[in-house]
Design a protein around this ligand. Sequence first.
Ligand code: PGA
Length: 237
Amino acid sequence: MKYLIVANWKMNPKSLKEAKDLFSDIEGKMDPANETEVVICPPFTFLSEMPKGKVKLGAQNCSWEEEGAFTGEISLNMLKDVSCEYVIVGHSERRKYYSETDKDVNKKAKAVLEGGLKLILCVGETEEERKAGKTSEVLKTQLKAGLEGISDLSSVTIAYEPVWAIGTGNACSVDDAKEAGELIRSEVSGDIVLIYGGSAKKDNAEGYLKEAGFQGLLVGGASLKADEFAGIVEKAN
Ligand code: PGA
């Protein structure tokens, strides 16, 4: 099986030079025979400067509008123009810090697919929601709303990202991730790619990929270290 490993660099690294160095370090450490699909999602300004090769490019966000007076936004055509193939939509940081609603997420998701790019839709519960026993309710709501009106799932990846596991070092247990993954699959009527995100690293990658049934990983912090990220890609070999 071919895995999908996605690097979400968020608002890092600090300069174009560091971004270029990190990109080529990662590429250099990857086994050329490894068939894993590797996607790097750098900040927008670095996209056009990244080498075009085996590693694919993704964006961390997009506008649902095509063009016009939308200050600060990036269109899908602009992303395609710089060879972006994937777009992350509905990341919990966008939901939390930029008040993105399920409706916004759905508009972006549709725009990504209509634009001919591949969608990575993030869903996940907060710590409070998990403690209150609401994990499945939250996942169902986010999936239903996020995928509303989307019938062709052939370019859809769902990333299960428990919010409490993101950037905390407190990764989700393999059993809990498996349970959430199974729920997601049962909620979505179609063949999606399902990946896990939340403090994924070299040492825990195998559990999600080989035991919990995920087809890949969405990696934040660990994708900023070439050794660590290449190590994760290696586990998916
Ligand atoms: P993390 O981030 O790997 O640093 O937890 C994952 C994500 O936000 O996608």
